[in-house]
Design a protein around this ligand. Sequence first.
Ligand SMILES: Cc1ncc(COP(=O)(O)O)c(C=O)c1O
Length: 425
Amino acid sequence: MLSSLDNKKFMNLKFENFVDTMDAESIFDKTKRLDEVLKSGILTGNEALGMVVLNKVQPYSKIKEKDGFIHGVIMLGSNSYLNLSTNRDVIRASKSALEKFGYGTGAVSNYAGISEIHKELEKRIAKFYNCEDAIVFPSGYGANVGIISALCSKNDIIINDSANHASIFDGCRLSGAQIKIYPHRNMEYLEKILSKIPSNQTGRLIITDGVFSMDGDIAPLDKIVELAKKYNCKVMVDDAHGIGIVGKSGKGSAQFCGVEDKIDLNVGMLSKAPGGLGGYCAAKREIIQYLRLYARSYFFSTALPVNIAAGLCESFKLINEDRAGRKELIKKTNYLKEKLKNSGFDTGNSQSAIIPVMIRNEAILFEMYDKLRKKGVYVNIVTYPATRRKECRLRLCAMKDLSYKQIDKAVDIISSLGREYKIIN
Ligand SMILES: Cc1ncc(COP(=O)(O)O)c(C=O)c1O
């Protein structure tokens, strides 16, 4: 444990203090400074680092803490909203491809890494969006970085919602394009930016999350599409948390907003509701063809294992036919949200399976996070750099297979801690 003097010193050490190399430091000295803080016993929100999950991620999961303590938790921290990562049919399809193709592809997609199952997955995704073609990347993060940096360059301008995912901002930076940001979902501000773009700057792209990953709300895509048309912009939507969940048949945020056929680049992640791994873009044939050659995270990265692609084909079949249990998930999500609201928590404007529980005090957040896990509820936390510190929160994800009893128990535990820390009365 640290002395109180050291304690004081460390209290002011935030994420950003470990980003830059300080005067007279080597590039590794900041890693030692961070190590000192992490070992000090001061709560930093990273207490689950070193924890492992001991079985399938399901509503009740067993975890081992870094000190070796093994215990069960009600799982409210998984993005496998529809439990497709443990679905019997999905696993059966994956196992059979594993036997036939082995467990690694051994090459990038443009060489020997691509199989008929990868092609089938791309076909299913294209059909899902009623698009001419689709491309599958080996990671979701890599999909955003690759797509944006392939299509945009120094002569272009990209306009982002401030709450877009980090991978989108990283792709924008890598592209070299001019980056503009509008406050979260603020359409007046977006129009202000668009109206000021010089008429000779014609390479224009608006990018937004469909369902926002930290807030669970949905982008006003109807308005965005309208503005894009007025100002001659292209539109890219990252619907990582929307596909399979929102919209009248689970087709995602564009369906929710009634603009299904108006999105130029339909991007999504295969790691959330589809339960696997990877990312994709569905669009016009020539755009996809271009991405296969110019998206460097595709061209220079080994293709997804075939068994993952096979499991995803099955997931997409279930999602496409709206047989993945979306309605049950929505019922349970609404039940969880209502219970939290009735307990007095601020759950923001969530319209999806992501439920923020606003805490707005980082020290309390870190303590609650640690205690919740130990009391048997696993949630994620969000603070800087994913959101502003004063907007820090617990981030809960509903799952289709949660029982109502598990939800009741989790809310009881969260509420009792909320009262202890005076977040609620
Ligand atoms: C909106 C959004 N985009 C992209 C990603 C990256 O996806 P993956 O984790 O599959 O790489 C995530 C995942 O956290 C996300 O929430």
